[in-house]
Ligand binder design. Structure first.
Ligand code: NAP
Length: 310
């Protein structure tokens, strides 16, 4: 990140712990209250962000827009996308948005037609949309598999479709546009669960392990075209997804956790004893998208408060 520090220069070490004062250009350091100026270093770039309606995706869209990128925002909830687009407009950056359901592979046709009609070439692709559901082996029901019921497999199919197939397809569709300009950034929002599996999340872990594999393959294929491809692997992040998992009675029961203590147990499993904030993940993605990060490719970068080393 190109940052200019005002006042006490010690706050440079805290630059990932800044909060947004005004959506953006000016950030304030949490620790020393100094202002940190962020340059519009992505001016002239177009960024497609999936899952932008809330959580980490929303924070990433704000980060990239604040750095000057024009953003294309995608998720299912159109109302939330519209609110985000208004916020982006409020601080002088452009955005477009579209409601799409990424569970069906056909969404890519609709998406690419829309971006073509909007004359929006993709320089930066952030594959952030994701879903998690608790999934487990039913020891108590040996004959539970009903091969005539297609719903039996729905959780697995939907998780792989949104978390793995969609990022792969989008990279395949938009990488040629990046190759043409010899510049591009693909950032896949993976997870610590893509490196170390968790119980009762087979589909989720499979999708995130897979996504890290896709990241490495594409990084090798695109390395000579000025395109970097990286995975960002968060631990617990303070969003709807984490809240749902922590408050899921089934997940608590399977993990033998008292639902009332569930949040504390999640928090204390992290060496920093806290959940990561979406803005922190967004700051890392913003850095990966800038020119100075051109040497980082094929990596799975953890942002997890130390969870990965426990
Ligand atoms: P979130 O708050 O649940 O947001 C998920 C986003 O994905 C929403 O914008 C949602 O929008 C979109 N989405 C979900 N299903 C979709 C579909 N079928 N079609 C289109 N968009 C869809 O989750 P989050 O925590 O911000 O997660 C963002 C990413 O970070 C995910 O890839 C997740 O796996 C990863 N991650 C999260 C954590 C964590 O602790 N929160 C940890 C590690 C990794 P709509 O509902 O409007 O469609």
């Amino acid at each position: 990140m190109t940052a200019q520090i005002r006042g006490n220069s010690n706050c440079a070490v805290n630059k990932l712990e800044t909060r947004i004062l005004r959506p953006r250009r000016v950030r304030v350091c949490f620790k020393c209250e100094n202002e940190v100026m962020t340059e519009r270093d992505l001016e002239g770039k177009n960024a497609l962000v999936t899952g932008a309606s809330r959580g980490i995706g929303r924070a990433i869209a704000l980060e990239l827009a604040a750095r000057g990128a024009k953003t294309a925002l995608v998720a299912r909830n159109e109302e939330l996308l519209q609110t985000l687009a208004r916020a982006i407009d409020g601080f002088g950056s452009q955005s477009i948005y579209k409601s799409l359901d990424m569970r069906q592979e056909t969404f890519v046709v609709e998406l690419s037609k829309w971006l073509k009609a909007e004359d929006f070439r993709v320089d930066i692709l952030v594959n952030n949309a994701g879903i998690y559901s608790t999934d487990y082996i039913r020891f108590d029901q040996p004959d539970s598999w009903d091969e005539t019921d297609p719903a039996d497999n729905e959780l697995w199919k939907a998780t792989l479709a949104v978390n793995l197939t969609a990022p792969y397809l989008l990279a395949k569709i938009f990488a040629p546009q990046m190759i043409e300009r010899n510049w591009g950034r693909i950032v896949n929002i993976s997870s610590i669960s893509g490196q170390k599996a968790e119980a009762y999340g087979s589909a989720y872990s499979a999708s995130k392990f897979g996504l890290n594999g896709v990241t490495q393959s594409l990084a090798l294929e695109l390395a000579r075209h000025g395109i970097t491809v990286n995975s960002v692997c968060p631990g617990w992040v303070n969003t709807d997804m984490a809240q749902h998992q922590i408050n899921d009675p089934q997940w608590c029961r399977l993990n033998d956790i008292n639902p009332e203590e569930s949040l504390d147990i999640a928090r204390f499993s992290v060496p920093q004893m806290r959940l990561i904030e979406p803005d922190e993940v967004a700051g890392l993605v913003g850095y990966l998208c800038c020119d100075r990060a051109k040497g980082i490719t094929g990596q799975a970068i953890n942002i997890c408060g130390g969870l990965s080393i426990t």
